[in-house]
Design a protein around this ligand. Structure first.
Ligand SMILES: *[C@@H]1O[C@H](CO)[C@@H](O)[C@H](O)[C@H]1NC(C)=O
Ligand SMILES: *[C@@H]1O[C@H](CO)[C@@H](O)[C@H](O)[C@H]1NC(C)=O
Ligand SMILES: *[C@@H]1O[C@H](CO)[C@@H](O)[C@H](O)[C@H]1NC(C)=O
Ligand SMILES: *[C@@H]1O[C@H](CO)[C@@H](O)[C@H](O)[C@H]1NC(C)=O
Ligand SMILES: *[C@@H]1O[C@H](CO)[C@@H](O)[C@H](O)[C@H]1NC(C)=O
Ligand SMILES: *[C@@H]1O[C@H](CO)[C@@H](O)[C@H](O)[C@H]1NC(C)=O
Ligand SMILES: *[C@@H]1O[C@H](CO)[C@@H](O)[C@H](O)[C@H]1NC(C)=O
Ligand SMILES: *[C@@H]1O[C@H](CO)[C@@H](O)[C@H](O)[C@H]1NC(C)=O
Ligand SMILES: *[C@@H]1O[C@H](CO)[C@@H](O)[C@H](O)[C@H]1NC(C)=O
Length: 344
């Protein structure tokens, strides 16, 4: 059958198609109107340059993607369209070639709530004071990098901070007292650095955070103030801490996880009362003496115990979870006996 299409109808349909395409492209352009704040875009480009233009941040390029809210590893707040999150996870090539110090320009992203610089082995230098300007910050992780210098006391100016993680760096010096001014703090992790001096006599007046100070070179005894608070989780393992830990326990507390292993704590465990909330207790490699209190058999939520390498004596109380733990949880003491060790 012969086609009924005439040159006129072809022209008409072409025109219609063209206007439809034009309309669609205008619509798309208005939908994708740039959200990015020009100030934030400028600052991100400065940060990229300070990090030596890593391949990782290739998408931070206005000629490729104009809207910085669409750039890699950043996020914009939906209401304000301001950059509220910068999350650089390196490791296994992804952070490849990112080198240099944390640029002061990072303090010029005033709407940041999350700042994560993680597993970036060539990130060096100290934690810049400019970070204190980020008053909306809730999450600050600077971890597994080559950062040096102190844990800065100016971090206490970040009134909204909830999570502070500075673990796996080369930080030195003592831990600032001022961190207990953080009212909303939920977790403090300063583990695996080279921190020295005593644990500060922190007096939290807002939230009581979980605390990890393990794998440092902290000395002295634990301040008495730690006995007043209900810490859910404390890890002070692998330091050079000493003294009597008895005051950290008590029936009154809501403690769940305590790790004091590999220190030099020295006290009599016989009369210590443990809170019913206890899930995990690690005391290995200290100088703890006396015997295991019978109260340990009454802990219903108990999942982990290790008192090995101490100076404990006497029969392991029978009952509760105590016989379900491996013999290595008890070995290398002065004269502990009974299941799961050999009979007394
Ligand atoms: C950046 O890293 C990639 C892979 O990680 C490597 O192929 C490239 O040579 C590096 N570039 C520079 C300039 O170092
Ligand atoms: C870090 O820097 C060293 C020396 O310049 C280089 O060999 C290494 O590939 C860099 N690592 C990353 C992840 O960029
Ligand atoms: C980062 O620290 C490691 C371990 O100390 C070291 O081997 C490496 O050279 C450091 N890299 C830089 C860029 O400082
Ligand atoms: C800590 O300092 C000692 C020297 O005092 C050094 O040998 C060690 O590599 C440092 N470790 C870290 C994680 O910085
Ligand atoms: C329990 O804690 C309260 C304060 O929170 C205190 O007054 C009381 O003496 C404590 N009781 C015991 C048995 O420690
Ligand atoms: C710990 O919390 C429990 C339960 O909320 C409370 O009864 C107890 O008094 C608190 N103890 C301390 C020392 O604040
Ligand atoms: C440790 O402190 C507890 C109470 O906090 C006390 O009863 C005990 O005598 C102290 N000394 C030793 C060596 O346990
Ligand atoms: C530990 O305390 C208990 C109970 O007060 C006591 O009987 C025991 O002799 C003490 N052990 C040591 C080694 O001081
Ligand atoms: C207890 O700790 C010791 C020393 O680190 C370790 O050898 C042993 O395997 C641990 N046992 C358990 C059950 O955690």
């Amino acid at each position: 059958m012969k086609s009924t299409t005439t040159p006129t109808t072809t022209l008409l349909s072409t025109t219609l198609t063209l206007s439809l395409l034009l309309f669609l492209s205008l619509l798309t352009r208005s939908l994708s109107a740039e959200r990015c704040h020009p100030h934030d875009k400028k600052v991100l480009l400065q940060i990229k340059q300070s990090f030596n233009n890593p391949y990782f941040l290739a998408s931070w390029n206005p000629t490729i993607t104009n809207d910085c809210c669409d750039w890699y590893v950043v996020e914009c707040d939906h209401a304000t369209n301001r950059i509220n999150s910068l999350t650089l996870f390196g490791g296994f090539q992804r952070g490849g070639n990112l080198s240099g110090q944390i640029p002061a320009a990072i303090g010029d992203l005033p709407f940041l709530e999350t700042l994560i610089l993680h597993k970036l082995e060539n990130l060096t230098g100290t934690i810049p004071t400019a970070i204190a300007k980020l008053s909306r910050l809730k999450t600050l992780w600077l971890s597994w990098t080559n950062l040096t210098g102190p844990v800065p006391s100016f971090l206490s100016q970040l009134k909204n901070l909830e999570f502070l993680d500075l673990s796996f760096n080369y930080l030195t010096g003592s831990i600032p007292m001022e961190l207990s001014l953080l009212q909303n703090i939920v977790g403090i992790s300063l583990d695996r650095n080279n921190l020295t001096g005593p644990i500060p006599d922190w007096r939290f007046t807002g939230n009581v955070p979980g605390i990890d100070l393990s794998h440092n070179k902290l000395t002295g005894s634990i301040p008495k103030s730690f006995g007043y608070y209900n810490y859910t989780r404390i890890d002070f393992s692998r330091n050079m801490l000493s003294g009597n830990l008895s005051f950290m326990f008590g029936s009154n507390k809501t403690t769940q996880i305590f790790d004091f292993s590999r220190n030099m704590f020295e006290f009599n465990l016989s009369n210590v009362v443990f809170p019913a909330s206890l899930l995990s207790l690690n005391l290995n490699h200290n100088k703890i003496f006396g015997s295991l209190p019978v109260g340990l058999t009454a802990l219903n939520n108990f999942q982990f115990l290790n008192v090995s390498y101490n100076r404990l004596c006497g029969k392991i109380p029978t009952g509760g979870k105590l016989q379900s733990f491996d013999a290595t949880a008890y070995f290398h003491n002065r004269c502990l006996c009974g299941a799961p060790l050999t009979a007394c």
